[in-house]
Write a protein that binds this ligand. Structure first.
Ligand code: GLC
Length: 741
């Protein structure tokens, strides 16, 4: 008997040891070999020297520090060859721990997609995921392991330049988009050679900065934090996001980088996040500026204690962590936890097996801006264009038009179309970008005469170019005017107090309208702008955001009806900056505004409407849709049951097209006040002319729940309104139901 046991034990022991060690076991085996200096090195991230996305620290010894194992990651390293050369340096270190290369691949690498806010206007999760997928294929072919995206900050204030980077004001839509982008970036299997690690940012509530001034303070109730700002982060985590980036802002008095409640209690605790957190650029040392740390030593202490694992560019960890351990202020276990989290990702990405896995020049050549990628970008761009106005069906234009005058400062530029957070690849010129002018040239036939005049600059008060613009307008059958802000007027550190269209561009529109010619206006921007003159006087308006490298072709596809626009605004567009913050899912108050004229003791302005210029969820089509036959499977149900909702949508116009059918709910009475409506579902449906389709929705307890005063996510019995609409302000069908115990 004894012999059999021994034989069995030996066989079992052998099989375990021979078994492939898990990545976690590999991490532990490397950790055991590391000196404290090498451990701290893994927490240290530097910028490369040829591109900066933050305040630069001159450091001429990066090579030496990498060789001595004092650097774990680099950001802004562009191209296979450059990443390979930096990785070569790391392979000369004692333990040969590979570098992690991070990059802001936010809306494309070389093939540039519409800015994320524009993509959000498509409400097309598959297209959004594909855009991230393409970006990952190109970035990973260029040596990038890790993208600092998706940015999932809910934003209700268009003065904040970074609204361009997210998915707008709505938590439900923003959460779905966050998940889609993570899946697109990280691909089918984490560590695939054609995928990159996602980095969900900026944790948290960065979009609620006071005055919408970048990096400014945030102060909000825990209820609002949990109800509005945290869900997209949780959705990204649930989609498998492998890393997070914290935010520059302080929140309720504690800077995010030093915020244990955010990073340890919520992210790594309640949510069980096993990846790692990178600080935003320099934000650890900035704890001193916040007045949250007396000096860099204390800043490093606060950040590592609060769960910031990697230090982007501040050098606080490199300069202080060893001393903090020696001073017994920081247990080495805390350092080990951060190192483990980072090394685990390097193992999972396959970098220990092959540090050069992503740096493949041949693959890079085949991947960048190839035909399938440009086709995806063109399709995404067309889906992002919002038709805001189309009086007398001026659009779509006929391809048989004799003469078109294409006017404005944004007609011919190439790079402007890329928006902020585009990537300038060294040695790659901008000729792959399709300008708006070229897009029209590609579209119209030889019989159409295209005339161009710039008319004016984006900024400045010179009207010297008006005469030429008017002159060509008088020769044309139709005028297209492309105006807006410069691409670098939105993005990081681009907060604006004045969000009207700059310069004399709307004066140019006025002059062109005076010719009596029909004018189609393209508004290019990275944010909702205020453009009341244009909105009130132009017969047709397309909001073209910044559409990326296929902008010209996509705009032409929409102008001439080769794509019927279906996009819906992901953010509210104010009449005036004075209305901000303005968003659709507001509370009713005790004295709700009743009209734009009656201001007697109610929550309105005496000098301005409280209604937006264009509401959340708004967007027109070249066709029209009828909503009918709203049916509920029951009008009373318990939280354990599911309510089936159906509605019929019919295409009653002359063009085939898509409609984003939106479902809003209102919980009439709660233990807390609740929004007058909240988006709880939507379906984007294609209908041929005359076609009808029955759309179905399911309402479960999840969709009826909210964070109550104890921050418990649950529903409460009571009456609910259900609203089906073409926008948050265009409710076509209504009904109600009761949730019973
Ligand atoms: C910037 C941004 C962040 C970006 C990082 C690296 O300051 O806030 O979103 O990922 O630095 O470029």
């Amino acid at each position: 008997m004894h012999k059999i046991f021994v034989l069995f034990f030996l066989t079992f022991a052998f099989s375990v040891s021979a078994q492939k060690r898990t990545n976690s076991q590999k991490v532990d085996s490397v950790l055991k070999l590391m000196t404290l200096e090498e451990k701290v090195g893994q927490l240290n991230q530097y910028n490369d020297n040829n591109l900066a996305t933050g305040p630069v620290t001159i450091d001429n010894d990066k090579i030496g520090q990498i060789k001595s194992g004092q650097v774990g990651s680099l950001l802004n390293v562009l191209g296979s060859e450059r990443t390979r050369s930096w990785q070569n340096v790391a392979m000369q270190s004692r333990l040969k721990i590979p570098l992690l290369f991070g990059q802001d691949v936010v809306h494309g690498y070389k093939t540039t997609f519409p800015i994320p806010l524009a993509e959000a206007a498509s409400w097309d999760l598959d297209a959004i995921q594909l855009a991230a997928r393409v970006a990952a294929v190109e970035a990973s072919a260029s040596g990038i392991h890790w993208t600092f995206a998706p940015m999932v900050d809910i934003a209700r204030d268009p003065r904040w330049g970074r609204v361009m980077e997210g998915a707008g004001e709505d938590t439900y839509l923003g959460s779905l988009i966050a998940g889609a982008r993570v899946k697109g970036f990280q691909g089918a299997h984490f560590g695939d050679t054609n995928a990159v690690m996602a980095c969900v940012k900026h944790f948290a509530a960065y979009g609620a900065a006071v005055g919408a001034r970048d990096y400014n303070s945030v102060d909000m109730s825990d209820r609002q934090l949990w109800e509005i700002y945290l869900p997209p982060f949780k959705a990204a985590l649930d989609a498998g996001a492998a890393s997070f980036m914290n935010s520059f802002n302080d929140i309720n008095g504690v800077p995010a980088t030093g915020n244990s409640y955010l990073q340890r209690t919520i992210l790594k605790g309640k949510w069980g996040f096993k990846g790692f957190v990178v600080s935003d650029w320099g934000s650890i040392n900035e704890l001193v500026n916040h007045g949250f740390a007396k000096n860099d030593y204390e800043a490093a202490f606060s950040a590592i204690t609060a769960g910031s694992d990697m230090d982007m560019e501040s050098r606080s960890y490199k300069n202080n962590l060893e001393q903090l351990v020696k001073d017994k202020k920081v247990p080495v276990a805390l350092i080990d936890d951060a190192v483990r989290r980072i090394l685990l990702k390097k193992f999972e990405l396959g970098l220990f097996d092959n540090p050069y896995k992503f740096s493949n020049v041949e693959r890079e050549k085949l991947a960048l801006n190839n035909a399938s990628h440009t086709a995806a970008a063109r399709s995404m761009a067309a889906k992002s264009i919002v038709l805001l106005k189309n009086e007398n069906n001026l659009l779509p234009l006929s391809k048989q038009l004799k003469t078109i005058a294409f006017i404005g400062p944004l007609v011919k530029p190439l790079k402007q179309n890329k928006g902020f957070w585009d990537i300038e690849i060294p040695g790659v010129d901008s000729n792959f970008i399709v300008s708006q002018w070229e897009g029209l040239q590609n579209k119209v036939g030889a019989t159409t005469n295209l005339l161009f005049a710039q008319g004016c600059e984006i900024e400045g008060d010179s009207k010297a170019g008006f005469a030429e613009a008017i002159n060509i307008a008088l020769q044309a059958d139709v005028v297209i005017l492309s105006i807006g802000e410069r691409r670098d007027m939105s993005g990081e550190a681009k907060s604006k107090a004045n969000i009207t269209i700059p310069g004399v561009q709307e004066d140019l529109l006025k002059a062109l309208l005076a010719t009596g010619k029909p004018v189609v206006v393209l508004v290019n921007a990275g944010r909702p702008l205020v453009f009341n003159y244009t909105a009130d006087n132009a017969p047709a308006i397309l909001y073209t955001w910044w559409l990326g490298s296929e902008a010209g072709n996509a705009i032409a596809d929409v102008l001439f009806g080769d794509y019927n626009p279906a996009a819906k605004l992901p953010m509210t567009f104010p009449v005036s900056v004075g209305q901000i913050p303005i968003y659709y899912n507001h509370f009713n108050t005790g004295r709700p505004a009743v009209s734009d004229t009656n201001h007697i003791y109610n929550s309105s302005y005496i000098d301005l409407s409280i209604h937006p210029k264009f509401p959340f969820g708004f967007g027109l089509s070249y066709t029209s849709f009828e909503y009918s036959d709203l049916k509920l499977s029951k009008h009373q149900f318990t939280k354990k049951e599911t309510l089936e909702v159906s509605v019929t949508i019919t295409n009653t116009g002359k063009y085939a097209g898509e409609e984003v059918v939106q479902l809003y709910l209102r919980d009439k009475v709660g233990s807390l006040v609740l929004p007058v409506k909240s988006l709880k579902d939507f379906k984007k449906v294609f209908l041929n002319v005359g076609e009808s389709k029955k759309i179905k929705f399911l309402i479960n307890n999840e969709k009826l729940s909210f964070y109550n005063a104890k921050l418990v996510w649950d529903s409460e019995p009571g009456d609910f309104d259900i609203m089906i609409g073409a926008s948050s302000a265009d409710i076509r069908l209504k009904d109600s139901f009761e949730l019973i115990k």
